[in-house]
Design a protein around this ligand. Structure first.
Ligand code: NAD
Length: 497
């Protein structure tokens, strides 16, 4: 099933089987109380399935299965080569199932199927491969000691990791958490977002087929205030790895505090600035990238370049180039291989985006977009939207909208650009466009964010850490550093004579 036309994808969608049961201890199971919720397709409003609605009892069962699998060492204590081979088999299965996964992802949360197939699924496979190959490459230390002593510093798996992930890149976010957690020897309970449950369930099926022992990866589907809360409050979860909103991140820290002080790692929201200086070498390329930086995935990207700061001398010209680029993001049926902009995740999110945009119309100049688009009667489609002369203090420039909405603010000099970029409660990412290497380095150093991209936007790889500071959270996903958050340091002293 590698489809190339809208009709072919629609036909494939008609026959696709979407798993609706949770995955606990190697088995597909309904919720203990039989509850389920109706999962709709955001592009059409059609019912995709009645998905098991997990609650505290289901979380308890999944955590118990994870704990048992951790304690008896069926994964943790397996030879490293065997664990590596299981994860590499999973990579092959993900790639072999890429069209099915991409279709599930697109139907579930509205992103263009071609992007899911070309970016999300191979991206997740690359992350699984990175950690499979890394798991026997990172060792411990021998600490300096006085004579007659040996102090070994080793990294030990934490135990049971609870992973709570969002809906914007469901399969990727599951990989970002589960791959390093499993590579480090932990057992996992994954709770996908209620807005995108399917690809996590397919992942569990594939992991089992790859040879991951039962109980090592469990998936509990359900709502944040039910299954998510129960996982975060559980007394037997050692670590909570979260990607999602800043608001939920705060709540999770409270839950950890009132339960068992589980470690918490938070990858939260952002309001990333893209700074275009008048000495940028290729304004057309910068405009193309700026459009990608905000309209890719309909702006539902934590590190979306949602604030564009442009130097006054090129402001007008850059805006014209940008509007031309925005016109290439016409909202379309996500199953159309030509689509670059699909549906937003659901009607509730569409209403929120629209609310932000209506408010912004009162404080900034609407240049293009600003309205819903009737691609399909039941669909949640919004036009690529650009506001100019945005007030840096306004909600348009301060609040994470998480939609295809760009706020443009002109600036006069470098100091002002840096001050504007840093004038946010978030600190996830930023981009800088300049042909001057000194300026590129100076500005990069001054930006208070986790990732700076120079003459590109949103640069990312499995080898490089990703995460933020300030209200964007703490801890890093990806890279070898992510292994650190799924293990603890143990010092073993040996006295000899
Ligand atoms: P969200 O916080 O509403 O939900 C994220 C997850 O948390 C979901 O699985 C949800 O069910 C769960 N959840 C919600 N309330 C909970 C509670 N009280 N207890 C336990 N779990 C709970 O966020 P979202 O709308 O799914 O995702 C969008 C947000 O995610 C944006 O703010 C975006 O910036 C952020 N995000 C960040 C990154 C990053 O790496 N920094 C990446 C992607 C998305």
């Amino acid at each position: 099933m590698t489809e190339t036309t809208l009709t072919a994808w629609q036909r494939a969608a008609g026959t696709l089987r979407l798993p609706c049961l949770m995955f606990i201890d190697g088995a597909m199971v309904a919720a203990e109380d039989g509850a389920a919720w109706a999962k709709l397709n955001p592009a059409t409003g059609a019912l995709l399935g009645e998905v098991a609605r997990g609650g505290a009892a289901d979380i308890d069962k999944a955590v118990a299965a994870a704990r048992a699998s951790f304690e008896d060492g069926r994964w943790r204590a397996k030879p490293m080569a065997a664990r590596r081979d299981v994860l590499l088999r999973l990579v092959e299965l993900i790639l072999a199932n890429a069209p099915r996964l991409a279709l599930a992802e697109s139907l579930d949360m509205g992103k263009p199927v071609a992007e899911a197939l070309g970016i999300d699924i191979p991206g997740a496979a690359a992350v699984w491969r990175f950690y499979a190959e890394a798991l026997d490459k990172v060792g411990g230390e021998v600490a300096p000691t006085d004579a007659g002593n040996l102090a070994l510093v080793t990294r030990e798996p934490l135990g049971v990791v609870g992973a709570i992930v969002p809906w914007n890149f469901p399969f990727d976010m599951a990989a970002w958490k589960c791959a390093p957690a499993l590579a480090a020897g932990n057992s996992v309970v994954l709770k996908p977002s209620e807005r995108s449950p399917f690809s996590a369930l397919i992942l569990a099926e594939l992991a089992r087929e790859a040879g991951l022992p039962d109980g090592v990866l469990n998936v509990v589907t359900g709502f944040g205030h039910e299954a998510g809360k129960a996982l975060a409050l559980n007394q037997d979860v050692d670590c909570l790895a979260f990607t999602g909103s800043t608001r939920t991140g705060r709540t999770l820290m409270e839950y950890a505090g009132v339960s068992n002080l589980k470690q918490v790692w938070l990858e939260l929201g952002g309001k990333s600035a893209n700074i275009v200086f008048d000495d940028a070498e290729d304004l057309a390329a910068a405009a193309e990238a700026a459009a990608l930086g905000i309209f890719f995935n309909a702006g539902q990207v934590c590190s979306a370049n949602s604030r564009l700061l442009v130097q006054r001398g090129v402001h007008k010209r850059f805006l014209d180039l940008l509007v031309e680029q925005a016109a290439r993001y016409v909202p379309m049926n996500p199953l159309d291989p030509a689509a670059r902009l699909g549906a937003l995740v659901d009607g509730a999110h569409l209403a929120q985006v629209r609310g932000h945009v209506e408010a912004a119309k009162l404080s900034a100049r609407l240049v293009t977009g600003g309205e819903t688009v009737p691609v399909h009667p039941g669909g949640a489609f919004f036009a690529p939207t650009i506001f100019d002369d945005a007030d840096p203090a306004s909600p348009l420039c301060q609040d994470e909208i998480f939609g295809p909405v760009l706020a443009v603010t002109p600036f006069d000099d470098e100091a002002e650009a840096v001050a504007l970029a840093n004038g946010s409660c978030y600190g996830l990412a930023a981009s800088v466009w300049t042909g001057n290497i000194n300026r590129a380095l100076r500005v990069s150093q001054a930006l208070r964010v986790g990732t700076v991209s120079v003459n590109t936007v949103d640069a990312l790889s499995p080898q490089t850490p990703f995460g933020g500071i300030k209200h964007s959270g703490f801890g890093r996903d990806l890279s070898l550093h992510a292994l650190e958050k799924f293990s603890y340091l143990k010092t073993s002293w040996i006295k000899f004579s």
